[in-house]
Design a protein around this ligand. Structure first.
Ligand code: COA
Length: 177
């Protein structure tokens, strides 16, 4: 995994050593308005990050790519993660502390990851599964060129009826400015 530039931000491959700082970032309750839950404690997060350092499932069918977002002032703002499958598709997800929302950080960071997934991991299709009420996440994705999945694709990727599936062909990634 490479460190990615998303000027003025830097995306560092996520390590267990990031757990202490990321525990503070991810303890922001605003992140979980629509889905998921904060980490239980710092040790739990360190173990989770340590597991993710394997960068993939034990059967080799999935690549797990996680980057933390470093701000110019040196602090971490959040993370972007991708799960890459052998068929050339990849799930993307992201979380930022609410102190840093609406400053273009999320879209810059996700755009850099999409380009990396296309150029270095051969990803052809990006997929995002989100709660349909999560208007912030939907707006970010639409800004980057994601569109609603076909009914067939949505049925394949949706776990819950209140989820929305958005997709983007990777060839258009360079035009996602
Ligand atoms: C979703 C999230 C990452 C967005 O990050 P962000 O850094 O605020 O996003 P950006 O500033 O790059 O905004 C991207 C676009 O989204 C839209 N947007 C973001 N927040 C919005 C809001 N509150 N209301 C309306 N539009 C919003 C804007 O259109 C913006 O584009 P613009 O600045 O050109 O108008 C952030 O809100 C977050 O971490 N939410 C909690 C975690 C989460 O829901 N993750 C996704 C799970 S699927």
């Amino acid at each position: 995994m490479r460190t990615l530039a998303a000027p003025p931000f830097v995306l560092e491959p996520q390590l267990a050593a990031h757990a202490q700082e990321m525990f503070t970032v991810l303890s922001d309750p605003a992140i979980y308005e629509f889905e998921n839950a904060p980490p239980i404690d710092e040790e739990w997060l360190r173990k989770r990050f340590a597991g993710l350092e394997s960068r993939g499932s034990s059967d080799g069918t999935q690549q797990w790519l996680n980057w933390v977002i470093r701000l110019p002032v040196g602090k971490l703002a959040g993370y972007v993660q991708a799960t890459v499958f052998q068929d050339g598709s990849a799930y993307v997800a992201y979380e930022l502390h609410s102190q840093y929302w609406r400053q273009g950080i999320g879209s810059s960071a996700v755009r850099a990851v999409l380009q990396e997934l296309r150029d270095q991991y051969g990803v052809a299709t990006f997929i995002a599964v989100l709660k349909a009420r999560n208007y912030r996440s939907e707006a970010l994705l639409r800004k980057l060129g994601f569109v609603p999945a076909s009914n067939e694709q949505a049925a394949q990727h949706r776990d819950e009826p209140d989820e929305l599936v958005l997709v983007k062909p990777a060839l258009a990634a360079a035009n996602a400015a």
